[in-house]
Design a protein around this ligand. Structure first.
Ligand code: OAD
Length: 255
């Protein structure tokens, strides 16, 4: 159940920030990174998700990302994604944003418009040089990745050792410093700089709510942490939200 004090606090919220990680997509069938069955089980991140790995064997990196892209294309947003789309469209907020570490585009497919992608998108490829070319990742032939400018096509994602996209991280930081409430859904909270955002929000004294089946390093730093999956937790939070604000939560989202 959602705590009565949290529901009471929802009444006056004007801006809500939702930070999501791989656990948000788990119930859609997209694997998480850490833990049993995670993408890093049996793989070393430095062999697949670094600029050095791409330089050493671009074909191997591309095959892994294309395999992940196929999983993402087969996945469908779940009730938790739709609850967030409902909040954005009907939650009565002045500002609603999702800041996600996920690269799968499921928030957008569920109908969320204000989505900030901190780690890029697996759906896109970009030139490894600065020509600025972008194309759908599934159009790239892993055996022929030459861009017309002389660069090489690479997944448009952030790899370990790389900077986050400047505009996305700046906007995420601004929101963290200004919103009235933040929800943190399905992230292990161990990869920086994204993991700094909920901590900064908590230290501002705003209400930070975590939803995760397992405790994380953030758990002890926030007032509310629910041991629930993303779909269950967001359904309950959205229902509490609607109850607190005198509206009706329709799980079907914006449609
Ligand atoms: P992780 O795989 O590190 O963590 C996933 C979290 O989701 C864990 O805390 C799980 O307990 C939780 N979880 C699992 N199932 C869930 C469910 N059904 N509902 C809610 N939560 C669930 O994923 P991230 O924290 O997103 O970066 O990882 C952060 C970054 O590390 C990723 O963006 C990626 C990765 O390496 C790069 O590739 C640069």
């Amino acid at each position: 159940m959602i705590d009565a004090a949290l529901a009471e606090g929802m009444k006056s919220v004007r801006s809500l920030l939702v930070l999501t990680g791989a656990g948000m997509s788990a119930e859609s069938g997209v694997p998480t990174f850490r833990g049993p069955g995670g993408l890093w089980e049996g793989h070393r991140p430095e062999d697949l998700a670094t600029p050095e790995a791409f330089d050493a064997d671009a074909g191997r990196v591309w095959r892994w990302y294309r395999w992940r892209l196929d999983r993402v294309k087969a996945a469908q947003p779940h009730a938790g994604h739709r609850a967030l789309a409902w909040l954005e469209a009907r939650g009565g907020l002045e500002a609603f944003h999702v800041v996600t570490q996920n690269v799968d585009g499921l928030h957008q497919r569920a109908g969320c418009r204000n989505v900030i992608e901190l780690h890029g998108s697996i759906v896109r490829a970009r030139c490894s040089l600065s020509c600025g070319n972008i194309r759908p990742a599934d159009e790239v032939d892993p055996a022929d990745i030459a861009c017309a400018c002389g660069g090489r096509w690479r997944p448009d994602v952030v790899w370990f050792g790389e900077m986050l996209p400047y505009a996305a991280f700046t906007e995420a930081g601004r929101l963290t410093e200004t919103v009235d409430m933040a929800w943190v859904i399905g992230t292990s909270n161990v990869v920086y700089p994204a993991a700094a955002l909920p901590r900064v929000a908590a230290r501002r004294g705003i209400t930070v709510v975590e939803v995760n089946p397992d405790p994380t390093p953030l758990t002890g730093e926030v007032p509310y942490s629910y041991r629930m999956t993303a779909s269950e937790g967001l359904d309950r939070l959205a229902r509490a939200w609607a109850g607190a604000r005198g509206s009706r939560f329709e799980e079907s989202g914006t449609s």
